[in-house]
Design a protein around this ligand. Structure first.
Ligand code: DC
Length: 229
């Protein structure tokens, strides 16, 4: 049985943490599509090609050994045989990932791979265009949102946990700019689709965020928790 949970939302709205825990609880695959766009951005930055022409972008994507695999129910990304993890969340990648993911060639490259993972799978997939473009027939669509002030607090805490100190103004400006590009771009902008369940995480705990979506999945599967296995 196929079941796709499509989770979309702004940066730092709680998507990743929720999707990770929800997929564990359900025994589903977790597909963090933002990590794929981050990996492409990291690859381009390494070649000083973040603003390259479409031709050059295509050539780099074709000639690079960038691998997306599912390992232990989660996405694992290798570049030239080396696993990418923390590199994907650096401030430099943060700054460039939105402009890079606006590019048509980059979107096509990532979306094709995402759809392959969705074939006949039980999947929690998070991103910006999952319910609208990647899996418009998803069994459950969720739109996560959160007040900007709370998102700034979360992002700042996340950076501090990695030993990266940054001011509130800087973090806020970064989030506002990414939201503007992600929601305003021509191709596959972040939108709240009509049939999405809206989850406002501003005053919710992580457990509450996971539970509310988990309960909805179980309800739609119709057979109790065992159906998720
Ligand atoms: O979820 P995230 O913050 O890791 O995503 C990083 C960026 O990747 C986001 O700012 C825009 C882009 N992205 C996208 O364009 N489409 C997606 N489905 C997921 C992410």
């Amino acid at each position: 049985m196929k079941f796709v949970v499509a989770i979309d939302g702004t940066a730092s709205s709680g998507k990743s943490t929720t999707a990770k825990l929800l997929s564990k609880k359900l025994g589903f695959i977790h597909l963090d599509t933002g990590a794929m766009y981050r990996a492409v951005t990291y690859l381009l930055l390494g070649k000083q090609a973040e603003e390259a022409s479409d031709d050059r972008l295509l050539r780099i994507l074709r000639d690079s050994l960038l691998e997306f695999k599912i390992v232990s129910n989660a996405l694992s990304i290798n570049l030239d045989g080396k696993r990418l993890t923390d590199e994907l969340r650096s401030p430099e990648v943060d700054n460039w990932v939105s402009p890079v993911s606006e590019r048509g060639v980059v979107r096509e490259y990532c979306v094709n791979r995402q759809r392959e993972f969705g074939k006949d799978a039980k999947l929690v997939c998070e991103g910006r265009d999952i319910g609208s473009v990647v899996f418009p027939d998803a069994e459950l669509k969720v739109f996560m949102k959160c007040d900007l002030a709370e998102r700034v607090r979360r992002r700042k805490r996340e950076l501090e946990e990695k030993g990266i100190r940054s001011g509130e103004t800087e973090v806020k400006a970064g989030l506002v700019t990414r939201d503007r590009i992600d929601s305003g771009r021509e191709l596959s902008p972040l939108i709240q689709v009509k049939d999405a369940m809206v989850v406002d995480t501003t005053d919710m705990t992580i457990d509450e965020q996971v539970k509310i979506i988990y309960d909805e999945v179980i309800k739609r599967m119709g057979n109790g928790p065992e159906a998720g296995r």
